[in-house]
Ligand binder design. Structure first.
Ligand code: PCA
Length: 327
């Protein structure tokens, strides 16, 4: 008798909950770079777009600057479902699969347009690879072109011997090795301190990161090389994606397209602005000289061969599709 009574009490509760819309969800979105960095600003707009677009049914809250998970932990946190969504530097995972490093093969794609074409060529293989990693790829935004920062004038690779070099992925560490420098892997959030304390005294990065981290406080020279344009990517745990209904997925996709577009143009406009700011704050900003450039291109050839060997047929197909798009 008592059991039956309890069940009858539950019926109206079940009926009421059926009449209500699905429970609103909140997704935390860890991001590796500082809140003012253009990727983080774009990510915050993306999160707002989804929250507004779904009428609050899916609220996304960004956590920039490695505040929820450090840059190096973000992908794992999303893969294992500790969080539903996150953003990270794509090439940081090149040691797991060479395809992650497609954007950082020196001198393959050196302009914003070429970087877009390379990304389009890589996307089908990238989507498959990410699926195997329990991830759904949502959108990606490039960084401005990469150049070299030093504390002294550098005209040739010989001038780089023994310099302590901050790396951010395997490609940057390999360049250091080829140039006879000492690489030390440091997240962008920590580089101001690394330069101030002398743990590092050079790096390859964009004007954007030099500007964000005020590197003029420790470094003096920026050489424009346009070696490649690395990308950040935003990804969702596969189970989290699978359980969304179709209209929510459409909103996420729409907001992702807007974010990719806005982020791309921010990166374009930021390029000259940030180089101007480096100069305004006392750094010497100039193109790398001919000798240095040709030596770096030699490293590029070695690294292209190494990447192609590591990436096998999948990599070859991506490069072929990209080269065909450049005809
Ligand atoms: N800034 C990031 C990655 C590429 C870039 O331009 C960094 O230095 O960590």
């Amino acid at each position: 008798m008592k059991k039956r009574l309890n069940f009858l009490l539950l019926v109206p509760i079940i009926l009421i909950s059926l009449a209500l819309p699905a429970m609103a969800e909140k997704w935390d979105m860890p991001m590796g770079y500082s809140a003012t960095n253009f990727h983080s600003v774009t990510g915050a707009e993306f999160a707002q777009c989804v929250t507004i677009g779904t009428g609050g049914e899916l609220e996304i809250v960004t956590h920039p600057g490695g505040s929820l998970f450090k840059g190096s932990e973000i992908k794992r946190a999303v893969q294992t479902g500790q969080v539903d969504i996150g953003e990270r530097l794509l090439s940081a995972h090149q040691n797991e699969d060479p395809l992650f490093g497609i954007d950082s093969v020196p001198f393959i794609a050196t302009s914003f347009e070429a970087s877009t074409d390379l990304w389009e060529a890589a996307k089908p293989a990238m989507n498959d690879m990410m699926k195997r990693q329990n991830l759904h790829l949502l959108y990606s935004v490039p960084w401005p072109p990469q150049g070299l920062y030093f504390k002294k004038e550098v005209n040739t690779v010989a001038d780089m011997q023994g310099v302590k070099f901050r790396s951010y992925n395997s490609a940057t560490a390999r360049i250091a090795e080829l140039a006879g420098m000492d690489p030390v892997q440091i997240e962008a959030a920590e580089i101001s301190q690394a330069f101030a304390t002398g743990v590092a005294e050079s790096m390859i990065s964009s004007g954007s990161t030099g500007y964000d981290r005020k590197v003029w406080e420790s470094l003096t020279h920026f050489y424009e090389v346009d070696a490649w344009l690395p990308r950040n990517y935003v990804f969702i745990n596969s189970q989290s994606w699978d359980r969304l209904d179709e209209s929510t997925r459409n909103i996420l996709d729409g907001c992702a397209s807007l974010a990719a577009y806005a982020g791309y143009w921010r990166a374009v406009h930021y390029t000259q602005f940030t180089l101007g700011e480096l100069a305004r704050n006392g750094m010497l900003v100039q193109r790398a000289g001919d000798e240095l450039t040709s030596e770096l291109k030699g490293f590029g050839e070695i690294m292209t061969q190494e990447w192609l060997e590591a990436a096998g047929e999948t990599g070859r197909n991506v490069i072929d599709a990209y080269l065909a798009s450049q005809q």
